[in-house]
Design a protein around this ligand. Structure first.
Ligand code: GSH
Length: 226
């Protein structure tokens, strides 16, 4: 089979989600990064001008959920989607929650926090000239804070935001107190989608210790580090 290329930002939780899928399915791949001002090239890769984009034997697939489905179809084992319809529905609902809701908590924790930003900008510009870090460091917080405000979560005070975030983690802790994985007796796309967001949060957030204080969640994150 020809090479699989993941076009990515290494720091994007959706790109991490795809890497976790590829690793889970034990598929060899290479990455192409769009750090710094190379980001301007992304609009040529996909209609949505977003990453990840997967290049697979001449096919180009955008959107992490579509990539998951595509890879499941071509490489069914190990499965990401449970065969039981109820568990499958639950797994897909978790995936959608991770992508559409938890993602914004990740963006808030990265772009509304000065210490997290100091870690984030060098990662976004790794390997690029210094002036690009200056440009991205000036523009990215403005763009993402605007998106957070439109989404709604960016209007919350830090205290209110943290209360809501930890409420969500407490709910995950309850689920993991009753079952080893989020949606089934086995690892599914639910676990990969949620872990990808939380792993990126842990990477740059100042809340790391408080997040890992949930014992079931911390244990599950260790198991997700396959
Ligand atoms: N639904 C898409 C979301 C991808 C996405 O939002 N990627 C972000 C990076 S984390 C992006 O490309 N942002 C650039 C932009 O919105 O212009 C997926 O699951 O792949």
């Amino acid at each position: 089979m020809s090479k699989i290329v993941l076009h990515q930002w290494e720091i994007s939780p959706f790109c991490r989600k795809v890497r976790k899928i590829l690793q889970y399915k034990k598929l060899n791949y290479v990455t192409q990064n769009y750090n710094g001002l190379l980001a301007l090239k992304v609009s040529k890769l996909s209609k949505a001008a977003k990453l990840p984009v997967l290049e697979y034997a001449g096919e180009w697939i955008q959107d992490s959920s579509d990539i998951a489905e595509f890879l499941e179809h071509r490489h069914p084992q190990p499965a990401l989607f449970p065969s039981d319809p109820q568990q499958q529905a639950q797994a897909l609902l978790w995936e959608d929650w991770a992508d559409e809701s938890l993602y914004w908590y990740e963006v808030y924790l990265r772009f509304m926090d000065q210490r997290a930003l100091q870690l984030t900008i060098p990662l976004l510009c790794a390997g690029r000239p210094q002036f690009e870090a200056w440009i991205i460091g000036s523009l990215a917080p403005i763009i993402y804070r605007q998106q957070l405000r439109s989404q709604g979560i960016g209007r919350l005070s830090r205290d209110r935001f943290e209360a809501k975030f930890f409420q969500q983690l407490a709910r995950i802790e309850v689920v993991l107190s009753h079952q080893p994985w989020l949606a089934s007796h086995e690892l599914t796309i639910a676990d990969i989608a949620v872990a990808a967001q939380l792993e990126e949060i842990l990477r740059t957030s100042t809340l790391k210790e408080r997040i890992l204080a949930y014992p079931k969640l911390a244990n599950w994150l260790t198991r997700m580090n396959y």
